[in-house]
Design a protein around this ligand. Structure first.
Ligand SMILES: O=P(O)(O)OC[C@H]1O[C@@H](O)[C@H](O)[C@@H](O)[C@@H]1O
Length: 295
């Protein structure tokens, strides 16, 4: 069955062999197996820590958590009661419908609306939907944010990011093109240095040392390459991109990170995280990433 609805997750199977698993918890994609044109055998493309919890006790360490409505610690007054990266990744979503089920793609739509728990920390009305589409060599995920306020209230202000953990050897992987972009280096020791932009000089960026860089107004198309593979990340409406790998320095302090987990992934996260999307009442904003296995 191409769309298999299980108690805690939805499993998508593409007729050409690819598959994906999405938890209701956080609508977190926790597996994407895909081949490439050169090698059709389906292999796991995402990293999930063996210490990750799937039971709703904390956000999943790996896969693709959805970051909304704030990135990192909240900075907007309306987000002040939220925890790091907001609530979307730690709420139970519902399966709204099967969007498509054929060779072009197997696609499902999840939804999240305010619950009493969410309203206690975030008062704005909204409707989120998250469309996950599996094609032969591609996984795309799209976050639709609707401001459901009826009257002419002030716009809904939010940040959003799709926090992919791409399975790749972090000591060999390179990301491009980021050269000449300005970025904020979150590994710096002081707030002043963290909020002072740097300019990327490297043609290809590695993550051999602890990296937590927020590139702004980026190009929207990134290549992640290592000796035995290449994956492309394309972004739509996500003007920024975050490159993160904690290496041992920070990774060993993350409770649900498996030992050496930082050696097995890179995050190249499309987002709108510098400033806020401002969405008028009744309007919908869509941010999307498409991950394609090139080889
Ligand atoms: O531990 P969390 O909340 O899942 O966040 C992981 C990382 O997510 C990245 O997107 C941030 O840039 C990092 O600063 C952060 O450490």
């Amino acid at each position: 069955m191409p769309v298999d609805v299980q108690p805690d997750r939805v499993v998508l199977k593409h007729p050409k062999g690819a598959s994906a698993e999405i938890l209701f918890y956080g609508a977190t994609v926790i597996s994407w197996k895909s081949g490439s044109s050169a090698n059709p055998e389906a292999a796991e493309r995402l990293f999930v820590s063996s210490k990750a919890a799937f039971d709703g006790s904390k956000p999943v360490r790996g896969g693709i958590p959805v970051v909304f409505p704030c990135f990192g610690a909240p900075t907007h007054p309306e987000h002040s009661k939220l925890s790091q990266h907001g609530f979307a990744r730690s709420e139970k979503w519902i399966l709204e419908n099967i969007v498509m089920d054929n060779e072009a793609g197997v696609s499902v739509r999840f939804a999240l609306e305010p619950t009493a728990t969410i309203q206690a920390k975030f008062e704005r009305p909204f409707h989120l939907s998250y469309v996950v589409t599996l094609a032969e060599h591609q996984l795309s995920t799209a976050l639709h944010v609707k401001n459901t306020a009826l009257s002419s209230t002030s716009p809904l202000e939010f940040q959003a990011l799709l926090h992919n953990y791409i399975r790749a050897p972090s000591n060999e992987v390179l990301v491009s093109p980021l050269q000449a972009l300005s970025y904020y280096d979150k590994t710096e020791a002081t707030e002043e240095l963290r909020s002072t932009p740097k300019v990327e000089t490297r043609a290809s960026v590695d993550v051999k040392t602890f990296t937590d860089s927020v590139y702004e107004n980026a190009r929207g198309k990134y290549e992640i390459a290592w000796p035995s593979g290449t994956l492309e990340v394309r972004a739509h409406n996500f003007k920024d991109v975050v490159v993160w790998n904690p290496q041992k320095e920070a990774g060993s302090k993350i409770g649900d990170m498996e030992d050496g987990g930082w050696e097995r992934y890179i995050c190249v996260e499309p987002g709108y995280v510098r400033g806020f999307v401002k969405l008028d009442a009744g309007q919908t904003w869509i941010g999307q990433q498409a991950l394609t296995v090139l080889n």
